[in-house]
Structure formats: structure tokens, C-alpha cells
Design a protein around this ligand. Structure first.
Ligand code: DAH
Length: 339
């Protein structure tokens, strides 16, 4: 009797299969209602008194080992089934991963950087919290200069020397102080002005400054560069330069692009003229060069500055500048496919 049990114990220990149905037959054979274990338990009463102890221990061992074997095999084979299913079709498209959208300001900024980097400009940045020297004085705007009023400045109350930069021209100064000509750099960044917030203007916005300093740089170089730029960004190369005034350039000009008058929006945007103002520019004033440690008798150069926000509104037909800083997901999601 006990030998019989031990034979089954060995059989259980050696049992192995990769078929779930075979595991189930094995379970029924041993653990089923009419299975071998119940039969062995029924035999217990017929076992002689001196063998009862060993018989009892062996039958319990057989029961434990069989139960464990069945559970282990079932788990193992079920896991394998799941794995096989998962990796069966390697050409199946993967789970869709949600990708974010770039902000329209970043899209346009990157486009502009890309255009200028193709003609040798690098990218430079400066701090948004600036001092008076870099934002005003070095740019030919000494204290009490009336042109300072052109830019409503946020000052730090406890220290009038510290302010939020009103334009990225401050980065020109920093760049010239720290680099020797030839210089070709563009400086994107956020600027601040104490202006009423409306659909068309905000108290913070973004600009890109351009600076080109070398020997024999002329106004013609400036015009060529701008024409290349407007053609690349807007697909329009008809521009005009209107005489203007900036303290840091002489001569200075404002740049208009001929947008055309094909649609009603063109009329609206250009106030019926077809021309759109996009930036200020000029030949860097010799005083500014000298303030930044560059010899104005040897070097000359041009600079320009434009607002990124307005260009983004234009290129993406956005009607209100405030949308750019409200972080409304319904607005931002619309740029998912753009660059
Ligand atoms: N800094 C000017 C502004 O914020 C823009 C500007 C005009 C920048 C002419 C320049 C420039 O570099 O040459 O209105």
C-alpha cells in the first residue's frame, strides 16, 4: 500500500507538460472527486495500526505535492499564453502615445532662428531682469533722455537701476561686451512693458534681436539680409524701409513687407495699404559700438529687432494676443501638427 503511494509520489514529482488540458487530466486523476487521493484516503481505515502513521504522512505529502504541481503548471502555462499573444504580431501598430504641441511662439521663434542660422548667425541670450546700463545707457539712452518714455518700463521698486528689460537690444550690448567682431548673432527672448492688456498688446511679449558687426558692413547688406529673411519666412521679398528714429541706430528705419491685398483679411491687417510693419532696424550707432568696447573707426554693423508674437498671430491667424499666454488647452492643441 505504502509502496503504491510512493510510486505515485515519484510520478507526481516527475510530471511535466506544456499542455493545459493534460494538466487538467492530471488534476482530475489525483485530486478529482473520484480521484486517486480520495481512494487512498478511503483505504486509510484498512491500513494496519503500525503503518497508519507513515501512510498518513505519505498521503498528505502526495496531496500537497500534487496540488502545488497543478497550480505551478497552470500559472506557468497561462503566463506563457499571455506572452505569446502579446508578441505574436510584431507588425501590429503600437499603442498611440499622446504627443504634446509646441507653443506657436516657439514654432515661429524656431523658424526665425533656422532662417538666420542658414546665413551664419548664432543664437545668444541675456537675462530678463536687466540693469539700466544694458537696457538703456549703453544703447545711447542716457538718463532723462526723452526716448526712454517710448518704452514704459517696469522698475524694481527698491532699486531704480534694476528693471525688467523692455527690449532684447540689451543682449546686443552684452554680446558686444563679451565677443570680438565679426559678430553675427540673433537673440530671442521675452520682454516686458507697462502697457494696458488688450487683444493687440500685452505687458509681456517676445522679440528677436539681430546684430551684424564686421569691417565695411553697409546699409545694403542690411537690406539684403532682411529681404532674404522675409522671403524665407513669409514667401514675400518686396519690402520697404521707412526712415525712422531709434537712439541706438543711425540711420534708422522701419521695415514693411508688402503683404498684398488679395483677401478681406489682407485689407484688414494692412489697413487697406497692402503693407505690414514687421520690425525696426538701422546701422549701429558708433556711440553704442564704443560703449561696448568696439572701435567704431574700424568696425560698423547693422541691427534689427522684431516682435515674435505679432508674427505668430499673423502666420497662424490668431485673433487675440492674450491667447498666447492663457494656456488654454483647446487653443494649444491646435498646434499639434505644426513643426
Ligand atoms: N529695440 C526696438 C524696440 O523694442 C527694436 C529695434 C529697433 C531693435 C531697431 C534694433 C533696431 O536692433 O536696430 O522697439
Amino acid at each position: 500500500m505504502i509502496d503504491d503511494l510512493k510510486k505515485h509520489l515519484a510520478e507526481v514529482e516527475n510530471f511535466s507538460t506544456d499542455n493545459l488540458d493534460t494538466v487538467e487530466s492530471f488534476r482530475i486523476k489525483y485530486l478529482g472527486k473520484k480521484g486517486l487521493l480520495n481512494q487512498f484516503f478511503a483505504e486509510f481505515k484498512n491500513v494496519s495500526a503500525e503503518d497508519k502513521k507513515e501512510y498518513g504522512q505519505t498521503i498528505n505529502e502526495l496531496k500537497d505535492k500534487t496540488t502545488k504541481k497543478v497550480n505551478d503548471l497552470k500559472n506557468q502555462l497561462n503566463n506563457k499564453k499571455v506572452l505569446n499573444k502579446k508578441f505574436q504580431d510584431l507588425t501590429r501598430p503600437s499603442e498611440p502615445i499622446e504627443i504634446g504641441a509646441r507653443h506657436p511662439i516657439s514654432i515661429v521663434k524656431n523658424q526665425i532662428i533656422d532662417i538666420f542660422s542658414r546665413i551664419g548667425f548664432n543664437v545668444s541670450e541675456g537675462p530678463e531682469i536687466e540693469d539700466d546700463w544694458h537696457n538703456f545707457t549703453a544703447l545711447n539712452l542716457p538718463e532723462h533722455h526723452p526716448a526712454r518714455d517710448m518704452q514704459d518700463t517696469f522698475f524694481i521698486q527698491t532699486n531704480p537701476d534694476i528693471l525688467l528689460r523692455t527690449h532684447t537690444s540689451s543682449v546686443q550690448v552684452r554680446y558686444m561686451e563679451n565677443n570680438k567682431p565679426p559678430i553675427r548673432t540673433i537673440s530671442p527672448g521675452r520682454v516686458y512693458r507697462n502697457e494696458a492688456i488688450s487683444a493687440r498688446s500685452h505687458c509681456f511679449f517676445h522679440q528677436i534681436e539681430g546684430l551684424y558687426i564686421d569691417k565695411n558692413v553697409s546699409f545694403a547688406d542690411l537690406k539684403q539680409t532682411l529681404q532674404f529673411f522675409t522671403n524665407e519666412l513669409f514667401g514675400k521679398s518686396k519690402i520697404r524701409l521707412r526712415p525712422s528714429y531709434f537712439p541706438f541706430t543711425e540711420p534708422s528705419a522701419e521695415v514693411d513687407v508688402y503683404w498684398g491685398l488679395e483677401s478681406e483679411t489682407d485689407y484688414k491687417m494692412t489697413k487697406g495699404t497692402g503693407w505690414l510693419e514687421i520690425m525696426g532696424c538701422g546701422m549701429v550707432d558708433p556711440n553704442v559700438l564704443e560703449n561696448c568696447g568696439i572701435d567704431s573707426k574700424i568696425y560698423s554693423g547693422f541691427a534689427f529687432g522684431m516682435g515674435i508674437d505679432r508674427i505668430a498671430l499673423l502666420l497662424h491667424q490668431i485673433s487675440d494676443i492674450r491667447l498666447l499666454s492663457e494656456n488654454d488647452i483647446r487653443f494649444l492643441e491646435q498646434f499639434k501638427s505644426a513643426l
